[in-house]
Write a new protein. Structure first.
Length: 715
């Protein structure tokens, strides 16, 4: 079998001689100015210009006199630029070359590449599924390459201008929008007014002729709005914007069943492979790109589980090793859990369960589903030598609700709290949906409301959908989830990590500022696991953090000396390390005589891998497949979606010496095995799994009463 990756070497002969220019500005945000400046320079002087590594890179050498004349013509906000000077000492790195190929040379073929995806647009009533491509510079074996990814998003069929007719303009605030014909999106932050009041100003600021023509042709009463991104605010006419439709709005606002949309969001392996190569062919026909990397011709840079010594093994009771030869539940019935909570030493002390029953048939007393489910649950627990007992409130053993709402859920949780339950179960109608688009479960507002309410009261909880009542595999995992959330440890890693005493996940919850550009990072959190994978504790630091970077004093507080002194620690960062975070962590390691190995786990815009037996048989690769860009960087298939026709979303793993990329991959794969209660191995290691949803809770002020604890409240 041959493994392919959506990464394409850059043809060396395609790269022209390049020049770099530094810019001097009066404002602090050089990157925002630089990004806008390159469009003006390209319009003025021709050639290709990109903003790369805090400077401008181009294939056009321009005389100083012409640059001086150009600067004199700049209007606000580019009149902040006070100088553009050649960087004569600069020599392009492989990354500079790859970025120039991706964002400079290949950008000349945007129209052809977009046209290649036009046939992929799917329309459902008032919404459309659109496909977009993304090109990124990569370095493979110290040589330039370009990755190609395709993503899907849902748009309204109308422009924002058409959508806004007959509506209160203020309803548009907070709406996500995409800019027509550009790979650009943001959130509407302000209604500026009518275009007749600012047409000249918009024309002065606009850098491309297509946008200027649309501004000129817009009627005087055309609405203009500000859209905010993480980098700043931009003004657009409403007819250039299309509302982005959120998943949660499909059914309620547009009458479209989410299940139908999910089917079309996912591209089958062979379809995706061919689409990517259709785009790549445009670069190959122009002699910019070569054929993609594959394991047949570049075997050394394609890894698998064996290459990194990863084995999918777990240690359970009686020191037994589970290797997947039968269900984990059956193995546990034979050998027991790895460890029991001291709170439940044997079956004589039951786990007290509160039940919120939102099944409509049960409310009317017409179904035996709940009775059968609870009977089965009790029997399953008994086989593991645990007993359960339903919490009684008055003469009721369940809190039945006719309609799922915040008020009804809150009342039920408060009633059950009186009985001091160890865990609360919510029985919801329907079935848990799986989002093939994002490799995740689709959790609706009811799920989040319930989780918020139970978390506020420090009550572990579990949502169970009706369709899983008779699903044996799901039932096994429901049992394991209940046990884990009540302080028991079903299993740990089969073998402790040979290179780490502790593994820590760092998450940062961010939100966009309401009135200023950029983000405010509200909280930082760590999840700490032993070298054998056993959960030790979580720590939340809820002090507001300005900007993208975690301050050194907060990082220090997350790694106290009494727990980390003289330890070897692998740190999984959810996303890239920002600013001076690495330096701060290394300084902290020196202070406490520890060794910190830093691993970045990046989720977005990662190219796909495929396994091919014949040209017509293109499938997804197995778990553990990886494409090695260098000794410190790789794309990793960490888990597989449950449906055979769907593609895994690889992770981008980065580390630094002396920690090898093979060990970084091993640490990530190992920690994906330890998510108790899930019917699937998660894409992310448990150190950072569910971090986005935890962030949502914490940003809303919903967190455990204790900012440090040893029960994983997020499960």
């Amino acid at each position: 079998m041959t493994t392919y990756v959506d990464v394409f070497p850059v043809t060396p002969e395609a790269l022209p001689k390049l020049f770099a220019y530094k810019i001097e500005v009066m404002s602090n945000d050089v990157s925002e100015i630089g990004g806008k400046l390159v469009y003006r320079l390209q319009s003025e002087f021709g050639g290709n210009w990109i903003w790369c590594g805090s400077q401008i890179v181009t294939d056009k050498e321009v005389q100083k006199e012409k640059i001086k004349a150009f600067l004199e013509k700049l209007s606000e906000p580019l009149n902040n630029v006070t100088g553009i000077t050649p960087n004569s000492e600069w020599k392009p790195s492989p990354l500079d070359l790859s970025e120039f190929a991706a964002r400079g040379l290949l950008a000349n073929y945007k129209k052809e590449m977009r046209k290649a995806l036009e046939s992929e647009t799917k329309t459902f009533s008032k919404i459309q599924i659109k496909r977009k491509y993304d090109l990124r510079g990569r370095v493979v074996g110290n040589k330039p390459a370009v990755s190609i990814t395709i993503s899907s998003y849902i748009l309204h069929t109308q422009s924002l201008s058409e959508f806004a007719k007959g509506k209160d303009e203020q309803e548009l605030i907070g709406m996500m929008v995409a800019v027509d014909g550009k790979d650009f999106k943001g959130t509407v932050s302000k209604i500026v007014g009518k275009i007749q009041e600012c047409r000249k100003q918009l024309l002065d600021k606009s850098s491309d002729e297509e946008t200027r023509n649309r501004i000129r042709q817009a009627p005087d009463d055309e609405l203009t709005v500000n859209i905010r991104t993480r980098k700043g605010e931009y003004t657009y006419i409403a007819s250039m914007l299309r509302p982005i439709v959120r998943m949660g709005d499909l059914d309620k606002k547009f009458g479209v069943k989410p299940v139908e949309i999910y089917k079309h969001l996912q591209l089958a392996p062979s379809h995706r492979y061919k689409l990517i190569r259709k785009i790549a062919k445009i670069g190959q026909d122009t002699k910019i790109l070569e054929e993609s990397f594959n394991s047949q011709s570049q075997k050394a840079i394609f890894l698998d589980s064996g290459s990194v010594n990863f084995r999918s093994q777990l240690r359970i009771g009686k020191n037994q090793i589970y290797s997947g030869d039968q269900s984990i539940y059956k193995s546990l019935t034979k050998h027991g859990l790895f460890s029991r909570s001291s709170k439940f030493p044997d079956e004589t002390i039951p786990i007290k369960i509160g039940i919120v029953n939102a099944l409509p048939n049960d409310y009317e007393g017409q179904s035996n589903n709940t009775y059968d489910f609870l009977k089965e649950l009790k029997e399953r627990m008994k086989k593991l030598h645990f007993s359960i007992e339903s919490v009684r409130v008055g003469d009721q053993r369940q809190q039945k609700i006719r309609e799922i709402s915040w008020e009804n859920l809150e009342k039920s949780v408060l009633n059950l709290k009186q009985g001091n339950p160890d865990i609360i179960l919510a029985l919801f109608p329907g079935k848990a949906q799986y989002n093939e688009w994002q490799d995740d479960d689709i959790e609706n507002d009811n799920y989040h409301d319930f989780k918020c309410l139970t978390m506020q009261h420090d009550l572990p909880s579990q949502v169970i959908y009706e369709d899983t009542f008779s699903n044996q595999y799901a039932m096994d995992n429901i049992v394991l989830g209940i046990l884990a959330k009540t302080g028991n440890v079903p299993f740990v890693l089969g073998e402790s990590l040979p290179y780490a005493d502790i593994v820590v996940g760092i998450d940062v919850a961010r939100r966009i500022k309401q009135k200023l550009p950029g983000t405010v990072n509200a909280v930082a959190m760590t999840r700490v696991y032993g070298g054998n994978g056993q959960f030790i504790q979580y720590t939340i630091n809820n002090l507001p953090i300005e900007g993208e970077e975690i301050p050194s004093n907060i990082l220090r507080s997350l790694f106290p000396s009494e727990k980390f002194k003289k330890k070897t620690v692998v740190i999984h960062r959810d996303g890239p390390f920002r600013g001076n975070e690495k330096l701060a962590l290394k300084k902290r390691a020196n202070e406490i005589e520890a060794m910190f190995y830093l691993v970045e786990v990046i989720k977005s815009e990662v190219p796909r891998l495929y396994q091919m037996t014949t040209e017509s048989n293109i499938d997804r690769p197995p778990k553990g497949s990886a494409f090695k860009l260098s000794d410190t960087e790789a794309f990793l298939v960490s888990s597989l979606p449950p449906f055979k026709g769907s593609m895994p979303h690889p992770l981008h793993i980065r580390t630094e010496p002396p920690f090898t990329i093979e060990r970084a991959i091993h640490s990530v794969l190992s920690l994906t095995l330890l998510h108790y209660g899930s019917v699937r191995e998660p894409r992310l290691p448990v150190t950072i799994h569910y971090s986005d949803k935890i962030g949502e809770f914490l940003l809303r002020g919903i967190n455990p009463k204790t900012l440090e604890g040893n029960i994983p409240f997020w499960l």
